[in-house]
Design a protein around this ligand. Structure first.
Ligand SMILES: [Zn+2]
Ligand SMILES: [Zn+2]
Length: 320
């Protein structure tokens, strides 16, 4: 957006300050007497002048733009991964309807901006009226996803069904808490539904702590539409899962496969495997569980890799 037609910085700034000063003095002189309505109208004019200072200050920092949405964009990109208050955005935008502009950045331009009102995540705490840009790079796929989210939000079925439908239409692609909450029609709702899909139905839904370190906080991904974890693997506590993925550095303990090696014709995922089967008394804890790629995991359950597994059992027991 062009800055060419904007008034010169210093002149504009000085004039603005003089105007505010004058308006403030006039209001002060009127404070003890006079007509109420007149005072309110003067206050309205004063506030309109004050609102212009936000955009003016931004311009002095090289973030000038005529459109409020563009000013917001420049500000977010300047302070990524930082909680930003709604009140702050109102100052930057110079208008009170900043929320609609933020939505525009998110839905039309693909900026991954999450809000506290729709975040249910122990890793990042935002107040309901705080905003947070996950990545300075916009997501080229976001507009399409919002289109899908909109359709699914209005579709029939319970919230779990809608969340699953949305994840399934985005297999292998990261989605944000913002999108999931929108589809589920509630922040607490989506968090509960994702947990159920993982623990009750065994869907491989990963985060940055469970095998996908490339994801940002507040992003989820359904790794595969057809693969489900086995019944006994579904109840491993999330805290334990995080510990295991961190210890095994998000790589298969047998072949060292990581997400960096993912290919369309070799679409593996990372899974957890009990060294001593759960059924035979193996613990649901890090000292009995390792990360395996889905290919090695299948091999293991077909009876392969027995020597490596024996070594792993020992290493893991000593490691924890
Ligand atoms: Zn492997
Ligand atoms: Zn297994």
């Amino acid at each position: 957006m062009s800055d060419r037609n904007l008034p010169r910085d210093d002149d504009y700034w000085d004039a603005l300050l003089r105007q505010i000063d004058k308006q403030l003095r006039e209001l002060g002189a009127w404070a003890s007497g006079g007509d109420l309505r007149e005072k309110i109208l003067r206050l309205v004019r004063l506030q309109a002048s004050v609102r212009k200072t936000g955009p003016a200050i931004l311009r002095r920092h090289g973030l000038g733009a005529r459109a409020a949405a563009e000013r917001l964009r420049l500000y977010f990109v300047q302070y990524p991964q930082t909680p930003i208050d709604g009140a702050e955005l109102a100052v930057v935008a110079g208008i009170s309807e900043y929320a609609r502009r933020v939505r525009q950045l998110r839905v039309e331009h693909g900026y991954l901006i999450i809000t506290g009102a729709r975040l249910h995540n122990e890793e990042l705490t935002l107040r309901p009226n705080q905003y947070y840009l996950l990545d300075v790079q916009p997501d080229g796929d976001a507009a399409r996803r919002w289109h899908v989210a909109n359709r699914i939000r209005r579709s029939k079925g319970g919230s779990r069904e809608r969340v699953l439908r949305y994840l399934r239409e985005n297999v292998g692609r990261a989605v944000t808490t913002e999108e999931l909450a929108y589809v589920a029609r509630g922040a607490k709702e989506y968090a509960r539904r994702v947990r159920e899909l993982r623990t009750e139905e065994g869907f491989p839904i990963a985060t940055r702590h469970t095998g996908r370190p490339d994801l940002k906080v507040g992003q989820y991904i359904l790794l595969s539409s057809d693969r489900r974890s086995q019944e006994h693997d579904r109840r491993i506590p999330e805290s334990e899962q995080k510990k295991i993925y961190a210890r095994d550095q998000n790589a298969c303990r047998i072949c060292n496969w990581t997400i960096q090696q993912w290919r369309e014709d070799d679409a593996r995922i990372l899974e957890l495997h009990h060294l001593l089967p759960h059924a035979r008394g193996g613990r649901n804890a890090a000292d009995n569980i390792v990360v395996l790629c889905s290919r090695c995991h299948d091999d293991v359950h077909r009876g392969k890799h027995t020597e490596i597994l024996a070594r792993l059992r020992q290493a893991v027991a000593e490691d924890v």
